[in-house]
Design a protein around this ligand. Structure first.
Ligand SMILES: *[C@@H]1O[C@H](CO)[C@@H](O)[C@H](O)[C@H]1NC(C)=O
Ligand SMILES: *[C@@H]1O[C@H](CO)[C@@H](O)[C@H](O)[C@H]1NC(C)=O
Length: 196
């Protein structure tokens, strides 16, 4: 009976130490973000806002993923070096809390963004964001509407001008005919008289 109890206590101790070890591994780094799903329009800026806690100064790495494409954006250390890849260097701002600002968004920027925080011991943690980039349809529509209205006005003016010209032409022709009518009639009469 005593023997059995001892074993139980040992089991519990082993179980607890395994749990503590796992907690230490998993809890060494924790990442927090107020918002993980973001929607922006073309040419907007976006801040992937995160904050983390860990036991030492880590490496922060951001990666972009869309379909089959996986692209490194940059790596930095809070208060240390910053290494942003050439494609992104003009558009990315790195923050010490791990956040990243991406400016002048394009349609192709839509996709998944993963931040990886790595300690020197090798333990690391990932945290993902989804970014959706919309086309600016509203401004396009406005532009189209204005163009359409301008063209419609132009067409209307042209039609009015043609209608006025047509009227004027008909009036002039009618006047001309009225002036020529008596002479013509006389001529015809004369011709008829000669014939008869
Ligand atoms: C991280 O830092 C940036 C810049 O100082 C700030 O805008 C952002 O809110 C911070 N994020 C969090 C989650 O604290
Ligand atoms: C910066 O990153 C690039 C690409 O990952 C790498 O080739 C280069 O050696 C890095 N430079 C520094 C100074 O860490």
């Amino acid at each position: 009976m005593w023997h059995f109890r001892l074993w139980e206590i040992q089991d519990v101790a082993v179980f607890l130490s395994i749990m503590l070890y796992m907690c230490h591994l998993a809890g060494a780094i924790s990442i927090y973000s107020p918002q993980r799903s973001l929607i922006r329009s073309v040419q907007d800026d976006v801040i992937f806002s995160v904050n983390f806690t860990c036991s030492e100064i880590p490496n922060i790495q951001w990666t972009f993923m869309s379909g089959l494409v996986s692209r490194m954006i940059g790596t930095w250390q809070p208060g240390g070096y910053t290494n942003i890849t050439e494609d992104y260097s003009s558009r990315v701002q790195a923050y010490d809390n791990g956040s990243m600002c991406l400016s002048d968004l394009r349609l192709q920027d839509g996709g998944f963004y993963v931040v990886t925080i790595t300690e020197s011991t090798g333990s690391s943690k990932d945290f993902g964001f989804v970014l959706k980039v919309n086309e600016v349809l509203y401004e396009d529509l406005q532009y189209l509407t204005v163009s359409f209205l301008a063209l419609a006005c132009l067409a209307g003016l042209l039609m009015l001008a043609m209608w006025l010209l047509d009227k004027a032409y008909k009036k002039i022709m009618a006047c001309k005919r009225r002036r020529e009518m008596p002479g013509d009639a006389r001529k015809t009469d004369l011709q008829l008289g000669n014939f008869l």
